[in-house]
Structure formats: C-alpha cells, structure tokens
Design a protein around this ligand. Structure first.
Ligand SMILES: C[S@@+](CC[C@H](N)C(=O)[O-])C[C@H]1O[C@@H](n2cnc3c(N)ncnc32)[C@H](O)[C@@H]1O
Length: 315
C-alpha cells in the first residue's frame, strides 16, 4: 500500500497472550447481536465490583478511578463482557481476579481503561522551547560525540515521538554531526501496535507543518483510503517498547530529554510524586523534562529547576 511499508523498532514485549475466544457476536445474526446487547444494556456494575476494579486499576496502572467514573468503566467493559461471553459484571470481576484472568485479562484492562488522545505537534510551544533553548544547549554539551537520547514516556499511538523525530531531523540538518535516538514507551499493547504501524488518517495532515509533509510522510497510493505513513527515515529513529510506570523499572540509558505529557494527569498526587522522583533518578544531570500544559510539579521535592512553564532541567 505504501512505497515503504516495513515498520522498524522492536516491541518484543508486545506479544499477544490470553485465552480469549473469538467475538461471539462477530458471526451471529443481527437479531442475536441485538438481544445480546440488550442483555448487556440491562446489566449494571455493583458497587462492590466497581470498588475491586477501581483498586486494581489504581494499584497496578496508577490510574485513579473515583466513583464518578463508574458509568464510564461500565460502558468501556461492555465489549469485554461480550467477547468473553459473560452476562454480568460480577462474573467478569470474578474472572479478572482469578488466576486465569490475572494471566490473560490484565492487558485488556489496560487497553480499555487508558485514554490515548494525542496529536502531532501537540502543545506546540514545547517545540519552540526545544528549538530555541533545549537543543542548542544539548548540542553544545554533547557535540557529535554521542547520540542524544530522548524518551517519550506514555507515547500513545506515536504522534509525539514521530513529531520529535521530525523536529530533531530538522535540527540535525542544520547541525551536521548531530545524532539522536528516541525511545517511546506506553503501557498499552494495542496502542503500541498502532504506533509501530505509523499509519494515520489524512485528517491529521494539517497538524504537521507544510515543509515537513513532503519530506517525512508517504501518502497511500490509493487516495480513496486517505491514509499516510511516516517514512522510513523517521521511523528508524524511534524504538517502541511496553513499560508500565508502576513497575519497578530500570532504563538502560539516561535520557537527555524526557517528554512525559498528559499521562500523570490521570494519577493522584502521591503517585505522581513517586513517578517524577523515579524519572529524575533516570534523567541525565543537565537533562530536560517536559510535562503537559495542564500538569504541575509544584510542591514536589524534586532535583529540578524551572526553564519555562512545564519545562524543567535536572540539577
Ligand atoms: C493521553 S495519552 C498522552 C500521549 C502523549 N504523551 C501526548 O501528550 O499527546 C496518555 C498515555 O499514557 C499511557 N499510560 C497510562 N498509564 C500508564 C502507565 N501506568 N504506564 C505507562 N503509560 C501509561 C496511556 O496508555 C496513554 O497512551
């Protein structure tokens, strides 16, 4: 479909596991499907089940799930109930906490409860700060001696790390010898698979500056599909892997630049502080941290100095 369609970057950990049967709704007639959906429509999640799910989601994925989210959780779980053939949230809850469910269902829970909204060049001021302040300083410090390491933490479907790859490629063009590599991680296996494919709707074209479109994007040969793909050069700069921030993780590199934007907004304050402390332990001294525009580190005891709103430097 595309001129180059090999996806680079290993995501070894993103392997399918689970005993899941095929969607029973998929090959039954419309009437069967309707009656099944009506059964689900009637099913309601009890407070006890919600409490169990909510504690699990908070302790395992860091995501806060207050009682106001019950209806949302219920509707997001409906498809899983249908796929697995359960008729009540009670049955589903028993399954999730059973040894078999712990083995097979946790990854589906992640895919269902995470919010993956993202764009190319989201929060564009950050890219001005990168170009005007951060990259010149990083280049002064590293020169052509080594690769600059970037970590896009909570990368969703890849728009953020691919935006970084385009911005860094432009900088490299203006500064011969500048080299970089981007590690992009997310907890959700489904979203990482989408990120690795690097295929997006043409509706997103507008998000990318005109001058970069021809350089870094491939359009589908069939215009009716309205799809585009990041080109091989951009893809080759980004490696994806699965990582849950709640795990006791160790990185095999010290990022010079860390983007963790619009992720911790779903976490409570104590979890955010623990996480940013971990990030600071990994970030290179003198390295830069970017957080989302609606996020804040105020009141946290962290070895950081402020560079600009939502941009910090490790001291
Ligand atoms: C709203 S997206 C943000 C994407 C991008 N950083 C941006 O600003 O556009 C949040 C991402 O954080 C990921 N996430 C949520 N909890 C996580 C966890 N415990 N560990 C790692 N990633 C997590 C979600 O899967 C989701 O893709």
């Amino acid at each position: 479909m595309f001129k180059h369609n090999k996806v680079s970057g290993p995501v070894g950990q993103v392997a399918r596991s689970g005993k899941e049967t095929t969607d029973p709704g998929a090959d039954c007639g419309d009437k069967d499907l309707m009656s099944r959906n009506m059964t689900l429509f009637k099913a309601e999640m009890g407070d006890a089940e919600f409490q169990r799910f909510s504690s699990l989601i908070h302790s395992e994925f860091g995501i806060k799930m207050p009682p106001s989210k019950k209806v949302l959780l219920q509707s997001r779980f409906q498809k899983r109930l249908r796929v697995l053939g359960f008729e009540s949230y009670e049955e589903y809850c028993e399954y999730v906490f059973s040894p078999e469910g712990q083995q097979n269902e946790r990854q589906h829970l992640v895919d269902v409860v995470t919010t993956n909204t993202t764009h190319f060049f989201r929060e564009p001021k950050h890219y001005d700060i990168l170009n005007n302040i951060v990259l010149p300083e990083v280049w002064r410090n590293t020169g052509s001696g080594r690769d600059v390491k970037i970590w896009s933490a909570g990368c969703s479907s890849g728009e953020e790390p691919y935006t970084l790859a385009m911005v860094f490629s432009e900088f490299a063009e203006r500064h011969p010898g500048f080299r970089f590599s981007i590690q992009a991680t997310d907890i959700s296996r489904d979203i990482l698979q989408k990120a690795m494919r690097a295929v997006y709707s043409m509706d997103k074209l507008e998000e990318i500056p005109q001058g970069m479109r021809k350089k870094y994007l491939l359009k589908s040969k069939n215009p009716a599909k309205r799809l585009m793909k990041m080109n091989q050069t951009i893809r080759s700069h980004v490696q994806f892997s699965q990582l849950n921030f709640m795990d006791d993780f160790k990185l095999n590199f010290s990022p010079d630049i860390l983007f963790c934007r619009n992720v911790v907004i779903y976490f409570d304050r104590p979890t955010q502080e623990v996480l940013f402390t971990k990030f600071c332990n990994h970030l290179a001294v003198g390295g830069f941290l970017f957080i989302g525009h609606s996020e804040s580190l105020s009141g946290m005891k962290l070895p950081l100095r402020s560079v600009a709103p939502t941009v910090f430097q490790r001291i």
